[in-house]
Structure formats: C-alpha cells, structure tokens
Design a protein around this ligand. Structure first.
Ligand code: S3P
Length: 228
C-alpha cells in the first residue's frame, strides 16, 4: 500500500511564521529515560512504535526517523498486506473490519517476536492498531516506547484528503472522521509520549522523537535491522 509520499513536509504545513515550536510536555521520568536511552521496562531501546490517527504522518515521519537513526522502517499495514496477499482496502471490502483486526493482531505478535530477537526498527502502526484492547496488552508487555503523533483533527482530515493515492476504508465523511478521532484520542494518549505535528515538518518531528526518547543512531545493520 502506498502511504504518504511527501518528502520533507507534512501535508498542509503552515507557513514558517505560523510555526510555533510547540513542545509536548515531558515528565521527569520521560526526561530521565531519554537521557539513559531506556524504555519503560528498563531495557535498551531498540524499537519505537509511531501511533496516531489517519493522516498523523506515522509513515512519513517513521521513514525520516529510521533514516536519521540508520534503523529499519516498517509499516505494520505492509506486513498485513504481504501475509494476506491483498491490500488493506480489499480485506475491509471482502472480509470486513473484524477480519482486518484479526490479521493486524497476528502481524503485531509476529513483529514483536522479531523485535525480541534483536531487530532494530521504527514501526508505524495503522491508525486503529494502538487502540484495540488485545493489541494494547501485547504492546504494553513489550515495553517498546510508543509515540502518539497528533494534530488538530481538521488538519488530519485535510492531509488525508490530499493523499489521493492512499485508500483508507475508514475515511468516510468529515463528521464520521471527527467522531472516530474523538473516540480514540484517550487510547492514543496512553502512548509513552505525545508529539504535536500541526504545522511542522517531517524532519522536525523526527528529530524531536529521537531527542525525547534518547534514540541512538546505529553504525551497521543487517537486513533484519540487527546491529553487527
Ligand atoms: C485504520 C487506519 C489505516 C489502516 C486501516 C485502518 C484505522 O492506517 O490501518 O485502514 O483504523 O484508523 P493509517 O492510519 O496508516 O491510514
């Protein structure tokens, strides 16, 4: 599936003069963790999940972050499409959302097993993955940090509308989009950190993630993202 292709700017970016360096608040624990380069579980951070609503820039920021860190980037929806042999839109259309969520859960479990094996990855989760109860248990147990990329819902809507090549089965009316965002927001807020992306570039957001989580660049990596 082709996600946002924007190279260096989140779609619908405001003019430079409008860009306030709005920093989401860091707790003392987050700051200490960032300095130590540790996850909530105390182990060295070797992966990070980018979460948030459709249009948040999870894939674009994820690719930029992976480039900066020399980590491998993965989009969970791509893994689902490979294992199912059909696109996300086809799964929704032919088998329904429940079947998509089942495939998403299994893809996430498989990915987490690989991360436990030492893969070093930046992972973009689909917009609904982080707020499904079963997935939340898996993610919590993994202790991999998660980053909630957020923006005003009107901006998220506009970004999705501009990404004409991306088929999003849950993108219907603006009102339905807003209601779904509101319903999920509490779930996203359980992420390790929240980062505001409104009016900011992809590279700015990627740098902030690396700084806040104390993510370190690696020298050499294998196909699986393992440090040699
Ligand atoms: C979904 C978002 C999509 C994709 C699927 C379901 C959601 O991913 O996983 O269509 O539930 O919000 P993006 O957030 O990358 O568009």
């Amino acid at each position: 599936m082709v996600k946002s292709t924007s190279e260096n700017a989140l779609p619908n970016r405001k003019k430079k003069t409008d860009q306030l360096p709005r920093r989401s608040r860091e707790t003392a624990v987050e700051k200490r963790r960032a300095r130590a380069g540790k996850s909530a579980g105390g182990t060295a951070v070797r992966a990070v999940f980018l979460v948030g609503f459709m249009g948040a820039g999870k894939s674009s920021v994820g690719r930029a972050l992976a480039r900066v860190l020399n980590w491998v980037f993965e989009d969970l929806d791509d893994r689902i499409e490979r294992s199912e042999g059909r696109t996300v839109a086809e799964i929704f259309r032919d088998s329904g959302e429940r079947e998509f969520r089942r495939a998403e859960y299994h893809a996430l479990r498989q990915l987490l097993d690989e991360l436990r094996g030492g893969s070093v990855k930046v992972v973009a989760l689909g917009g609904g993955a982080f707020v499904q109860d079963d997935n939340a248990v898996l993610l919590h147990d993994s202790a991999v940090p998660s980053v909630f990329l957020d923006a005003p819902v009107e901006e998220l809507w506009q970004r999705c509308r501009q990404q004409a090549g991306t088929e999003r089965p849950l993108l219907k009316s603006q009102e339905q989009f807003r209601r779904l965002y509101v319903a999920r927001k509490k779930g996203y807020a359980k992420a390790s950190v929240r980062i505001e992306t409104g009016g900011r570039t992809i590279d700015e957001v990627a740098s902030e993630i690396a700084r806040k989580l104390g993510l370190k660049k690696i020298g050499i990596r294998t196909e699986q993202g393992e440090v040699e």
